[in-house]
Design a protein around this ligand. Sequence first.
Ligand code: CS2
Length: 502
Amino acid sequence: MTIDLRNDVVPKRLGNAALAGLPDAVERPTYDRGAVSPGIVHIGLGAFCRAHAMVYTDDVLQAGATDWGIIGVCLMSPAMRDALKPQDGLYTLLSRDNDTDVLRVIGAVLDVMVTAEQKSEVFELLCRPEIRIVTLTVTEKGYCLDGATGGLDETHPAVVADLANPTDPRSVPGFLTEALRLRRAAGQAPFTVLVCDNLAQNGIKVRNAVTRFASLRDEELGQFISQNVAFPCTMVDRITPATQDADRQKVANSLGIVDAWPVVTEPFRQWVVEDHFPLGRPDWERAGAIMAEDVLPYELMKLRCLNGSHSTLAYLSVIAGIEAIADAMMDEDLPKVIRRLWDEDLIRTLPPVPGTDVVAYTHDLEARFRNTGVRHLTLQISWDGSQKLPPRLLEAAVELYSSGRDPKVIPLTVAAWMRFLSGRNELGLDYVVTDPHAARLTSIAKDAGADAVKLANTLFDIREIFGDVLPANAHFRAEVIKHLSSLMSHGVRKTLRAFLDE
Ligand code: CS2
């Protein structure tokens, strides 16, 4: 059946009442959703968390837990609330392995709120004793960190605004501080803050940023948060592109009804969580999560090997006009570049990862990247390079140099990112550079024009991205400039050929 989403007559919509009538092949919650009470507030309701943490929690509810439902909170935009609320919080997860699709309706989200419109209700919710965990997926830039130091960026406009007006916060550190302050005033023990974004030591970094923000606001509140709030670290993994209209259509055709915001993802998922939840937690290990004492080795393996190679593929592909990761993996040279990135640069920076053969892990990554069922756009991965390059690759380069080795592929990725900032690909087509520093970065690229040395030198001066160590390293500068000159004058293909022949 094909459902015309443009039809004047709105077709039937996903929701509690529609569950029983779904096609048999569609998995769905069989637990009594009405009997589930909330235990988690999730901030930042994008595709990723709906394919990841919420699925683990849905598994736990499916296994019989009743007190770990999720209330989703969007900080600014009402779009996700407007999509999910009419569906009773239900949404479809379409997991795709090349040509094989599995559909599952997820029931863990009980309600969705928008802070910009419902500030007092959101804070009232966060003061309720049954809310014991606040999970977040707000992307790397959401935490207002300084890329070079990893600490709070005290000059960030949202941080400055929140310090001036702390009871009406716009930034995540400001929001968490205000919620924890109000909760303390209400006499409740603090909730646990579980940061599910791609930063190494994400719990520690965000704890430091929130504590710093709180101390700038009120020294004693900062001390309270530092001494009493748990911020466990976690490694999260599931490749989940932004939902496209074609995905909505595909899901509507399979369900026979409309889901306004389904999620498309891969079958693989991994979650490693530091087991530190003073007010308790769902039995996520029942759903396959690894509860660990030390998450760092897993975080480094995933951030560097998966996300680092993603960024490498993304910048080279956007410049070359290759649209999706699975297409990049069909290229004759790009898979060889990331193999060298793993073998020559990244694997040697990793500590042993319990129960994991890291080389086998990189071969599994290759297979995941080749999955043609998941159309992961290289332009989407290119977003926020100023935030992503330091934790994914630049920290590894610093470590390689300090152990007496030269990174081989990382300078090429950095050069590709610099070339990418021009906003025009090799086919002459323009694309948008999306980054919190986009205005500054693209104007640097414009001023430098065809001058690779000027472009690289001006960008190296941005301490929040490159820190102090790499720009002071003559080898790193020379390698980046060599690759950048080649990318700018000869293009991706010739640069990769020369590089792979080296
Ligand atoms: C990607 C990640 O967009 C990106 O930068 O590298 O979203 C990646 O797909 C996930 O971290 C996979 O777990």
